[in-house]
Design a protein around this ligand. Structure first.
Ligand SMILES: Cc1ncc(COP(=O)(O)O)c(C=O)c1O
Length: 341
């Protein structure tokens, strides 16, 4: 049975052309800052985000952690959405390593606005932490941050002397879906990470972007965390390839997600968050059946999914073409979950 892997967009494998770019990469020791391909990738990432500098890091988690370490700081607080990746999926590193206390804010879909922070900023009373940072995630659960929210958050942060970090793991999906350039999203935040290894299809790596002073500190913190790597040009070449050739094609993933969501909505057994399907991620529930059970049954039909709390999550990706999407839709349309009440 053919299996269609929609657990994440991290499961994609480098194409032959990407592997060739990796094999041909010119390399040097990046800890000495002598890897020409990595340097080129960092310049390009800075240009794309409109930030002074960028740094290649091993993962999105490491990029977020470095920013939280520098701009959050020990015994300070970061305001973020309760469903943010830094709270839910980074094993508490925000507190355990960066030393920052995350203040989890409930907001529809995790999209925050300035009013969510009212009364939450602490400024260092003798027995209280100091709020130093706001963290936003774009896309969050595949949903694109409205610019007006970011504008409001930026104003609020500036008024209260807070920094803003964007976990833009999938910010290029937001760019492609909305037509708003990454540079515009980046304008409202001090620091930004984006992942090369998700929808963009590279095997490894993320970029951390910010001003020169921040990136100089980030270099030290990256080394402290064990993230100083040597001939990274082999990986950076994949990142460059992805940024140069695999951004616009994200629209195909978005179309595939919409097609799958529409099919699910017609089945009668799935409750689909249609308004939330803006990019490559879709969520649904099967009322009266647990998410884990649905994932198990779907896997037996060849469709691999993940759970996210009570939801079932499907993520379209580079390794799922039009034909595969049609096949997934056919499987879902004829699927009858067992055990429905
Ligand atoms: C929104 C978001 N942020 C950060 C990360 C972390 O990326 P990595 O797996 O490269 O550490 C992920 C990974 O799935 C993510 O989805």
């Amino acid at each position: 049975m053919k299996r269609y892997d929609l657990r994440s967009d991290t499961i994609t494998k480098p194409t032959d052309a990407m592997r060739k770019a990796m094999a041909d990469a010119e390399v040097g020791d990046d800890v000495y800052r002598e890897d020409p391909t990595t340097n080129r990738l960092e310049h390009y990432a800075a240009e794309l985000t409109g930030k002074e500098k960028a740094l290649f890091v091993s993962s999105g988690s490491m990029g977020n952690l470095i920013s939280l370490y520098i701009n959050g700081g020990r015994s300070n607080e970061v305001l973020t959405a309760a469903n943010s990746h830094i709270i839910q999926h980074e094993i508490g590193s925000v507190a355990a390593i960066a030393g920052v206390l995350p203040i989890a804010i409930d907001a529809p879909r995790g999209v925050l606005s300035a009013t969510d922070f009212a009364g939450k900023v602490k400024s260092g009373a003798y027995d209280m932490a100091t709020t130093t940072l706001i963290e936003v995630e774009n896309t969050i659960g595949g949903y694109c941050y409205p610019l007006e929210n970011l504008e409001g958050i930026r104003d609020f942060a500036s008024t209260h002397d807070l920094k803003v970090h964007m976990d833009g793991a999938r910010v290029f999906n937001a760019q492609v879906a909305t037509g708003i350039p990454v540079k515009t999203y980046a304008k409202y935040v001090d620091t930004l990470t984006f992942c090369l290894s998700k929808g963009l299809g590279a095997p490894v790596g993320s970029m951390l972007c910010g001003d020169a002073a921040f990136i100089n500190k980030a270099l030290t913190v990256r080394k402290m965390l064990g993230g100083g790597m040597r001939q990274t040009g082999i990986l950076a070449a994949a990142g460059l390839y992805a940024l140069e050739r695999q951004v616009n094609r994200l629209s195909e993933d978005h179309e595939h997600a919409k097609a799958i969501a529409k099919t699910l909505a017609k089945t009668g057994w799935a409750d689909v968050d249609m308004d939330g399907v803006q990019t490559n991620i879709l969520f649904f529930t099967v009322p009266s059946l647990g998410a884990q059970e649905v994932v198990r049954q779907l896997a037996s039909k060849g469709v691999l999914a993940n759970t996210e709390g009570q939801n079932i999550r499907l993520v379209t990706n580079l390794d799922l073409n039009d034909e595969d999407t049609d096949a997934v839709c056919r499987i879902l349309a004829s699927f009858e979950p067992e055990g429905l009440a």
